[in-house]
Design a protein around this ligand. Structure first.
Ligand code: NAD
Length: 263
């Protein structure tokens, strides 16, 4: 299966590192023009852009805090001005601020909900507005594709990470409700739910690989490209009949591995 996004314009949020970075690079390899969003690390975003351009692709870096409504609108304005439209939007940006429940501050609760859930709302709402306004740009049946970044913690409770788990649980219902509402406009909305993938966000957990591997029946920690390939598939026409689904990419982490060996 050859996935081709030639001519399509993509926005990837949180694309200066980890899963967003790998997805931006892969989307560009498949022919998409990519807006590489970052929050604070401009140098890292510029490096992603440089790599894409060196490979013959088209990209630019765009700073925007995805929890800031005006910044999100500005990011879409800039993308449409440069690329003539937008066809693929990957709401990937996310963060953790971990604490035991009784110690979780209201600030840390709000910040994680603001970025992981409200940020996804702002980005996907703007995507819907732009897709409807620009209409059919001639890239397959869907007039636009939105991908949410969820987590296995959309469904697996996670002690010490209540704000994060709540944000991903909310993201799941946000995604499915939006998918239901806009499918008749031929806007496809889906999500990814990775398990343990080695990136900055979980550097502490992945350092203790042996402990983590007990939770992963497939026997390895995930790689960023495991997720980027799934992202590319879901935003492509190869996934044209997939609407409102969350694709789990976790080496079996969500299969209740504690029940192996007869429980
Ligand atoms: P990461 O820390 O490398 O990436 C997160 C990115 O989001 C960073 O580039 C960061 O700058 C950006 N970001 C944070 N706040 C932002 C804001 N307000 N505006 C714009 N960008 C912002 O870690 P990652 O693993 O690549 O995480 C990417 C996404 O994948 C997150 O939503 C995370 O919850 C999700 N996820 C990761 C894993 C994993 O194991 N790595 C598992 C499940 C889900």
């Amino acid at each position: 299966m050859n996935i081709d996004l030639t001519g399509q314009a993509a926005i990837v949020t949180g694309a200066s590192s980890g899963l967003g970075r790998a997805s931006a690079l892969l989307f560009a390899q498949a022919g998409a023009k990519v807006a590489v969003n970052y929050n604070s690390n401009k140098d890292a975003a510029d490096d992603v852009v440089d790599r894409i351009v060196a490979g013959g692709g088209t990209a630019f870096a765009i700073g925007a805090d995805t929890s800031d409504e005006d910044a999100v609108i500005g990011m879409f304005d800039e993308t449409v001005a440069r690329f003539g439209g937008v066809d693929v939007v990957f709401a990937n940006a996310g963060m953790q601020k971990d604490a035991a429940y009784a110690d979780l501050s209201l600030d840390d609760w709000k910040r994680v909900i603001d970025v992981n859930l409200t940020g996804q709302f702002l980005v996907s709402r703007e995507a819907v507005r732009r897709f409807r306004a620009q209409g059919d740009r001639g890239f397959g049946r869907a007039i636009g594709k939105i991908l949410f970044m969820s987590s296995v913690h959309e469904t697996i409770p996670w002690t010490g990470h209540a704000n994060y788990a709540a944000s991903k649980g909310g993201s799941g219902m946000l995604m499915r409700t939006l998918a239901q509402e806009v499918a008749e406009d031929r806007i496809r909305v889906n999500a990814l739910a990775p398990g343990a993938i080695r990136t900055d966000i979980n550097a502490d957990a992945t350092e203790d690989a042996d402990k983590l591997l007990e939770l992963i029946p497939y026997g390895r920690i995930g790689d960023v490209d495991d997720v980027a390939r799934a992202a590319l598939f879901l935003v492509s026409d190869a996934a044209d009949y997939i609407v409102g689904s969350t694709l789990t990419i976790d080496g079996g982490m969500s299969l209740y591995p504690g029940f192996r060996n007869n429980g």
